[in-house]
Structure formats: C-alpha cells, structure tokens
Ligand binder design. Structure first.
Ligand code: FES
Length: 142
C-alpha cells in the first residue's frame, strides 16, 4: 500500500502521524526519505516535522532492516551482567544480514543479559551463546 493510501486510512490527519508511521514500518520495515516527503505532503506537515518524529522513536528505522533483527538489552540489569560487552561483541560478529538494535528492557531482567532475536527472547546470553544463536540463524537460512 502506498504512503498516501496509508495516510488516507487516517483521514490525512497530522495528529495521526505516529500511527501512520507505525503502519508504514509494519508494512515495509523502514521509512525512506521518499516516504517522509510523501507523508509530509499528505499530512500537510513540513519534512522537518516528520523527520523529528521519525528520529525521536527508536522503532522507526530509516534503513532497510536485515533478514534478522537482534535486540540487545542496554538497560541497567543487563548492563550490570555484561550487556555492554555483549553488545560490543555483537557489533564485531553480526553479519550484514543482521540488524542490531538497542532496547531498554525486554522484561527478562532476572535472566540478564537478555537479547531478542526475531521476536524470541533469550536470557543469560554471553558471547559464546550469542555466537551459537547467530550461527543457528545462518544454518536455518542455508
Ligand atoms: S534490564 Fe535487560 S531485560 Fe530488563
């Protein structure tokens, strides 16, 4: 569905910008510069207005996501249990088809550090376990 059609579903109301962006990300996985331009026209907003909202929310990606989404918890309980080191390791080993995202609590604090891979949560993840999880993604794809 085009950006204009999504905006029409919300009666082209500027106050529905966040909902339109959510629908767009659900459909396409990300928001392009062209989407922002079209959306600004459709909702009678400036591109800066739309950009401001897109940049404010973490879930509004401005680049196409990889085939796998790995969310690494960066909140306190996970940081205290090695989350920072795990995130640094993930940056080193994640392949180009994997999108890494920082999140702030996955509700799995008792099993910190926690990660979510393609919607499934894992606890007590160290570098070795993360490597195994990423390897299983690669195996599943081949
Ligand atoms: S702080 Fe990481 S899951 Fe809650």
């Amino acid at each position: 569905m085009s950006v204009r059609k999504i905006a029409q579903r919300y009666d082209n109301r500027a106050e529905m910008l966040v909902q339109v962006l959510v629908a767009l990300v659900q459909q396409n996985g990300w928001i392009s510069e062209d989407d922002i331009r079209e959306l600004a026209d459709a909702l009678n907003l400036s591109r800066a207005d739309v950009h401001g909202v897109v940049e404010y929310y973490h879930d509004f990606r401005t680049e196409p996501p990889g085939s796998h989404i790995v969310k690494l918890c960066r909140a306190e309980a996970c940081q205290a249990m090695g989350g920072r080191e795990l995130a640094a390791h993930a940056e080193e080993v994640a392949g180009g088809d994997t999108t890494l995202e920082a999140v702030y609590c996955l509700g799995n604090c008792a099993c910190a550090p926690a990660v979510m891979i393609d919607g499934k949560t894992y606890g007590r993840v160290d570098a070795e376990r993360l490597d195994a999880l990423l390897a299983s993604l690669a195996e599943a794809a081949s």
